[in-house]
Structures are given as C-alpha cells and as structure tokens.
Write a protein that binds this ligand. Structure first.
Ligand code: ZN
Length: 246
C-alpha cells in the first residue's frame, strides 16, 4: 500500500463514528468503564476495529496514540476484570499489525509511527497483564491517592506483619531444612493474602461511586490501603525468595 499524502483522519474522528456514539474523542472527561469498549470501523477498509491504533484487516496505522490510556489502546474498557487471554490476543494482533515488516514498503513517517505505537503497546501490555500494576494504573486514572501521598494500610495489617517479619528473621538466623519448608509455605500464604487483597480491590473498583459522589474518596482510599498492603507483601515475598535461593 502506497503512502497516502492525505492520511485518513483517525477513525474515531470520522462523522459516522461520532454518530455511532463512541466516546473516545472525549477520553478523560467521560466516566470510566464504557470508553472505547465498542470499536468503530476502519476509515480505509470499513472493517471493524479491535483497537483504535491499527486496523487488523488493511494494516492502516492511526496516529494519536498518546491520546489513549492503556485500556483504550487495546480497545478495552477501564476495568480490573480483563480476560487475560483476550488481552493477549489483542496484543498479538497489535504487535503483528505494527511489526516493522509491515512497513518495509511504506514511508518513513508510517514506520516511525508504528515504532512509537509498538513501544506504547508494549508498555500498556506489561501494565495490564499484571493484576497489581493494572490496579495501580486504574487507581491513577480514577484520580485516587498515590502511594507517595498515602501510605496507610488496612487496620491491623502492620501489627500482623510484625509477627511475619519476626518469623522471617528467625528463619534467616538458622536456615535449616525445616526453616526452609516453613518459609516456602509462608511465601505461599503471602501470595494468597495478596490475591485476596487484589480481589477486594477489584470488587471496590466494580462498585466505585461516580465522580462527585461523597462516598467515592472513601472507596479510593480503601483501594489505596489494600494496594499498599500488596506492595508490602510483595516485598516480603521477594525477601523470602532471595533467602531461599541463597
Ligand atoms: Zn482497515
């Protein structure tokens, strides 16, 4: 396909897309969840788009990647509940669509654009495929408190962790077979605990009150506290892993 001097407008700027009710043009000003959930059609070949970055049929690449958040890049709504196989499928489709080989006969501008989009897509994938990072990112998008500003953890958590820290220090002092076994099972418990917090976080996001609702800051704080606990647990898990490989 030859490079067209007048690149088509972004598909989501097309009049039919606007009439179709896609909210992507106003990203950042609309409530979460429904944004970009329904892909519009490619302006060049009229096939449905899975993501707003590249057409899976005719390989047209659309600029304006910076206007999209990580969810929108994959054509997904802002939610914790992502089907990870679907995410992977979309990632592979995008990676193929943006592969340098696709642009061998095209102009430099397209090639550079595809490279840039590839980097964005890789970033987005690494964040979304990891539940913890996905939650942190979602909290940021929803305007919740960041870890640097708000270090609280759920009530009782740190007291409980004092005990866990003691167990770890004890094992470190005398790392025999039985201590190793104990640490391996402690690590499994820590992972379970972290997963339970992440499940609570997902639930809180699913019922997050709308902007302006007085209950919203409380729910965002609850999410922050649980993510802080997850980060702490991850730190412990890494400590134990390093101790066990030494
Ligand atoms: Zn197309």
């Amino acid at each position: 396909m030859a490079e067209s001097p007048n690149r088509p407008a972004h598909p989501l700027d097309a009049p039919e897309a606007a009439a179709g009710g896609s909210a992507c043009g106003s990203l950042g000003h609309t409530p979460a969840a429904s944004i970009c959930a329904v892909p519009s059609r490619c302006v060049r070949c009229d096939e449905p788009l899975t993501t707003p970055l590249v057409c899976g049929s005719c390989r047209t690449v659309f600029p304006a990647a910076n206007e999209y958040d990580h969810f929108a890049r994959f054509g997904l709504p802002r939610t914790m509940e992502i089907d990870e196989r679907d995410l992977e499928r979309r990632y592979l489709m995008l990676s193929r669509g943006l592969h340098p080989d696709q642009f061998a006969v095209r102009g430099t501008e397209d090639k550079l654009l595809a490279e840039q989009l590839s980097a964005h897509v890789n970033d987005a994938f690494s964040v979304l495929k990891d539940r913890f990072r996905r939650a942190e990112y979602l909290l940021e998008l929803e305007g919740g408190p960041q870890r640097a500003q708000e270090k609280r953890t759920p009530a009782g958590f740190l007291a409980e962790m004092l005990e866990v820290n003691e167990q770890i220090e004890e094992a470190r002092g005398a790392l025999d077979d039985s201590a190793r076994k104990q640490m391996a099972s402690l690590r499994a418990e820590i992972t379970k605990r972290r997963d339970a917090f992440l499940a609570e976080v997902a639930q809180a996001f699913a019922s997050l009150p709308a902007q302006g609702d007085l209950r919203r800051p409380g729910v965002l704080l609850k999410i922050r506290e649980r993510l802080n606990a997850c980060a702490y647990l991850e730190g412990l898990s890494v400590q134990i892993r390093e101790m066990l490989v030494s």
